[in-house]
Ligand binder design. Structure first.
Ligand code: SF4
Length: 105
């Protein structure tokens, strides 16, 4: 009996990456990503004390900084979701956030 085997599949060399390799999964979004906005927090480049004024202290400086912050929306949402009690978040004081929550039902 001579000749070559003819039953070798033509695609035996197919790239395993294209076929999908067990154990290699797409990265899942990690929990840290919920805080990723903090990288762009403008207040982290300024005086954090302005954001936690003494009782009755001025919140004007902090609010001014918030008003030009890129992540103001994320920041406010985070504060509302986490019931942050103290300080200025997303341009709103503690009292203003409480008011907002009440009006949002
Ligand atoms: S909105 Fe204000 S408190 Fe929030 S990250 Fe920006 S500067 Fe900081």
């Amino acid at each position: 009996m001579t000749g070559y085997r003819s039953d070798v599949p033509e695609n035996w060399f197919v790239d395993p990456v294209n076929l999908g390799v067990p154990g290699v999964r797409r990265a899942e979004p990690d929990e840290e990503s919920t805080l990723s906005w903090q990288t762009d927090a403008l207040c982290s480049q300024t005086d954090p004390e302005a954001f936690f004024p003494e009782k009755g202290g001025s919140t004007r400086d902090a609010k001014r900084i918030c008003s030009s912050c890129d992540v103001r929306g994320e920041c406010l949402e985070y504060a509302l979701n986490n019931d942050e009690r103290f300080g200025i978040w997303g341009g709103l004081s503690e009292r203003e956030r409480r008011k907002l929550k009440r009006s949002a039902g």
